[in-house]
Design a binder for this molecule. Structure first.
Ligand code: UDP
Length: 337
């Protein structure tokens, strides 16, 4: 079985990808120091996999520790690099932390991959690289725009680092996956998102408001130039997103190096904040207390994906709906209590 290092494999998207990798016959090896996850993620994974996942509890940005992991694991087919800091607001307050962790960890991994002859990387990027796109839906050729936060800029910088490294290393293959808005949870209810403190993201906040853990959701602005005045995003079920990583690895495996390609991972549909709230209420039969508040600094009005390239070139498309994702998010929230 081909071993795949999954940095951040105990995280939200990482854990779902570990499940899909195992189902597809890969041998996932998690590298995660659990700084932004919990033991619970590993317990859930064990239940889903039918065995304890292979986990190295180290910081993937620690070069010595990471070297030891790779030495211990022997032959490795590829790396999926999820581990990163991702809170937009925190990145504005602590930019150095974001530049150091997000760019530094990628640099460490690329250096070690080069030394050990590991040739394939799948990188977690984001539609944040498009900033406020001029045209919708946004396709992969849209120019990078001034990312609205230091977090966003680290994704732009990491993509550039990968392009430069591929130009320099004829053996290297990289796929940059630009996620839109990943939501939901595994339908089993065994793994899902574990926000720390007050959630920044919409759907965890909606779930907590529905569960009575928060007074009410504040909708950040209803005066945008959209159908109902609230911002529009492309919400994609985390299981669809996880499957795209397996597809990307398979696809890379059939192609010669060097290779560096970017793909959008979204549904191609845009939904407003109010549509998310209404769909959650309808599909789960619970009210979501909410109120309209002021705009949130740095929010883009509308962004949703042109998914033609990922469909035509990778052969991947999202299958699950917004309603599926919101049902699974609520199922997970109820188990969390
Ligand atoms: N949002 C909101 N209230 C919240 C959290 C988010 O109205 O408590 C809105 C936010 O302004 C944006 C959308 O929900 O329009 C998605 O936000 P999220 O932070 O989940 O993802 P982003 O697209 O900003 O990465």
């Amino acid at each position: 079985m081909k071993k795949v290092i999954v940095t951040g494999g105990a995280g939200f998207i990482g854990s779902h990808t570990v499940v899909e990798l195992a189902a597809a016959g890969y041998a996932p090896v998690i590298v995660d120091d659990l700084r932004n996850s919990e033991e619970r993620a590993l317990t859930g994974l064990a239940a889903l996999l039918g065995r304890a996942p292979v986990v190295h509890r180290v910081d993937c940005g620690d070069e010595q520790a990471m070297r030891e992991v790779l030495e211990a694991e022997g032959e490795v087919h590829g790396v999926i690099h999820f581990a990163a800091d991702k809170a937009v607001g925190e990145s504005v307050a602590h930019p150095t932390k974001y530049y150091r962790n997000n760019i530094g960890s990628l640099a460490v991994l690329l250096e070690l991959m080069r030394q050990r002859g590991i040739r394939s990387m799948v990188f977690s990027s984001s539609c944040t690289v498009y900033g406020e796109p001029k045209e919708l839906p946004v396709d992969e050729t849209a120019p990078d725009r001034n990312a609205a936060s230091p977090y966003g800029f680290t994704k732009v910088a990491c993509e550039q680092l990968l392009r430069d490294e591929v130009s320099a290393s004829p053996m290297l293959k990289a796929v940059l996956l630009r996620y839109f808005n990943p939501i939901g949870a595994h339908p089993s209810g065994l793994i899902g998102e574990l926000p720390r403190g007050v959630p920044n993201n919409l759907v965890p906040y909606v779930s907590q408001a529905a569960a009575g853990l928060r007074d009410r959701l504040i909708i950040h602005g209803a005066d945008y130039d959209t159908a109902d005045g609230t911002c529009v995003r492309d919400y994609i079920h985390v299981v669809d997103l996880a499957k795209a990583h397996v597809t990307a690895l398979d696809w890379m495996g059939q192609r010669p190096a060097p290779l560096c390609e970017a793909f959008n991972l979204g549904t191609g549909r845009g939904n407003s904040v109010l549509e998310v709230v209404r769909t959650f209420e309808a599909v789960n039969g619970v009210p979501v207390p909410h109120a309209i508040g002021p705009r949130r600094a740095g929010d883009v009005e509308s962004v949703f994906a042109d998914t033609r390239r990922s469909a035509e070139v990778l052969g991947w498309r999202a299958r699950l709906t917004l309603a599926d994702a919101l049902r699974d998010a609520w199922n997970w929230q109820r188990r969390l209590g």
